[in-house]
Design a protein around this ligand. Structure first.
Ligand SMILES: NC(=O)c1ccc[n+]([C@@H]2O[C@H](COP(=O)([O-])OP(=O)(O)OC[C@H]3O[C@@H](n4cnc5c(N)ncnc54)[C@H](O)[C@@H]3O)[C@@H](O)[C@H]2O)c1
Length: 254
């Protein structure tokens, strides 16, 4: 059935993606939730439906270019439009420079950078077609990281490949913001330390230190990011594009 407002969220099964799906649902979006984790994906879609939203699960590896196009085509055929793409799925890096293999480097880039390109390219034609003079045809929001600018803050953890991909996301955002203007607004969010299923184990021994070195005095939550996603998805009129918003409690003030 055709929908009035449609958002696609990659990595939406848990963490920042899930919180953003719930926030967008509160703004009346129908949600296409993309993830590899089938069980968590089903739980998020169930929670969205329970909250009264229209939601569709899409089990996909965002690194798969053809699958991104097929998935966006399915959203368009079921719901008739795509207003927001939140490119958010990413994987962490575990190996240091002397241990990481070529295949692991390639996978990091395939998910954390090429995956963003895949879904942006798949969604762009519909957003361009939906644009009218003076009104946007769509909005893309992409999760980068404060690591893109600052590098990993914790020297015990190697994240050079992750940081490289996240810096690439900023290039993608700035390039597409120019290329897709004035039809599509494209912006990036750089989360700081956000407590999610992915980070809780790594953060556990450092919670006090993170809070102490964060001017706003606490570790971030997925909802801290979700409110900014919802803002960029809905602010009207929208005169923001190519922007990078740090959401880190002030941890990287410079
Ligand atoms: N949590 C933080 O402190 C933090 C800080 C900076 C940036 N970020 C970024 O925020 C985003 C979300 O992070 P999070 O902490 O919520 O992580 P998370 O691991 O809790 O959630 C990420 C989701 O993406 C999915 N995913 C991963 N690879 C995928 C793939 N190839 N195809 C489809 N789905 C895939 C996972 O299954 C998971 O559900 C990521 O881009 C991450 O790099 C997080």
């Amino acid at each position: 059935m055709a929908q009035d407002r449609v958002a696609i969220v990659t990595g939406g099964a848990r963490g920042i993606g899930r919180a953003s799906c719930l926030a967008l649902a509160r703004h009346g979006f129908a949600l296409a939730v993309v993830d590899l984790r089938e069980e968590a994906l089903a739980a998020t879609v169930a929670a969205l439906r329970e909250a009264g939203a229209t939601a569709m699960p899409i089990i996909a590896d965002t690194a798969d270019h053809a699958l991104a196009k097929a998935s966006v085509d399915r959203v368009l055929s079921d719901w008739g439009r795509v207003d927001v793409l939140f490119n958010n799925a990413a994987m962490p890096q575990t190996k240091r420079i002397l241990e990481i293999t070529e295949a692991e480097w390639d996978r990091e880039m395939a998910v954390n950078l090429k995956g963003y390109f895949n879904w942006a390219q798949a969604a762009a034609p519909a957003m361009l077609a939906q644009a009218a003079p003076g009104s946007l045809g769509g909005r893309m929001i992409m999760t980068s990281s404060v690591s893109a600018n600052a590098g990993p803050s914790d020297q015990a953890v190697s994240r050079f490949a992750y940081a490289t991909a996240k810096a690439g996301v900023l290039g993608l955002v700035r390039g597409l913001a120019r290329e897709l203007a004035p039809a599509v607004a494209v912006n990036a969010i750089c989360p700081g330390s956000i407590l999610t299923e992915r980070t809780e184990e790594a953060f556990a021994p450092h919670m006090n230190r993170i809070a102490a070195t964060t001017p706003l005095g606490r570790v971030g939550t997925p909802e801290d990011i979700a409110v900014v996603v919802a803002f960029l998805a809905t602010v009207e009129p929208c005169f923001i594009t190519g922007e990078v918003i740090d959401v880190d409690g002030g941890a990287n003030i410079n």
